[in-house]
Design a binder for this molecule. Sequence first.
Ligand code: 5RP
Length: 240
Amino acid sequence: MSSSPVDALKRAAAEAAASRVVSGMVVGLGTGSTAIHAVPALARRLRSGELQDIRAVATSYQSTMLARELGIRLVDLEEIERIDIAIDGADEVAPDLTLIKGGGGAQTREKIIAALAVDFTVVVDEAKLVDRLGSSRAVPVEVLPFAVAPVSRAIQRLGGQPELRMAVKKAGPVVTDQGNLLLDVRFTEISDPARLERDLKMIPGTLENGLFVGLARRVLVASLDQGVPRVRELLPPGTS
Ligand code: 5RP
């Protein structure tokens, strides 16, 4: 793993989240360059004996493969009824803790895990904080390959500009862990994320989209304080 200053921030946020895990918990393992740091942090705590009896549910092949490699016990959703804490990253975080996720194309499983989690803890570096969702990032939408054309037209009618996500180091489009395609949708303004989330979901042929509304229980934000990573906690408005 790289050790750039930004990576140190990502690691600090993810390790702060991993330190919230206690023995016996079911943990959701997120996807991306920030959340993935929680996996070795948990593995270290398990190896030292400080943590015991952890079961994890992974949101992608990325977190599945690393958890397996590091000996973290993985379970399926059939084996559990709830998740105590899910630790995941985000592409944008608005002041009310609504999120855009899916930069790694994993938003469908990520949203299922986040919705099952008692404590959905989001880990970011401060560059992810925005005043309004959609300021810097498109909204990823997972789409059945059969339905890409009609879904694209329906998204345009909602005011979005969809673009098929193309793969790097592979010819053709990105194929999700579920075997579907991704549309990255630009909106000039997202004034009502909850409504847009529902509108996108209602288009036949779409699965989950990257708008996460009312799910984050806390956001751990890492920033540099006199050259040293410092992590602060943001809570949803009205909570303490
Ligand atoms: C993957 C995600 C990621 O959590 C999100 O894209 C943030 O990734 P990173 O920490 O690499 O910036 O939603 O689908």
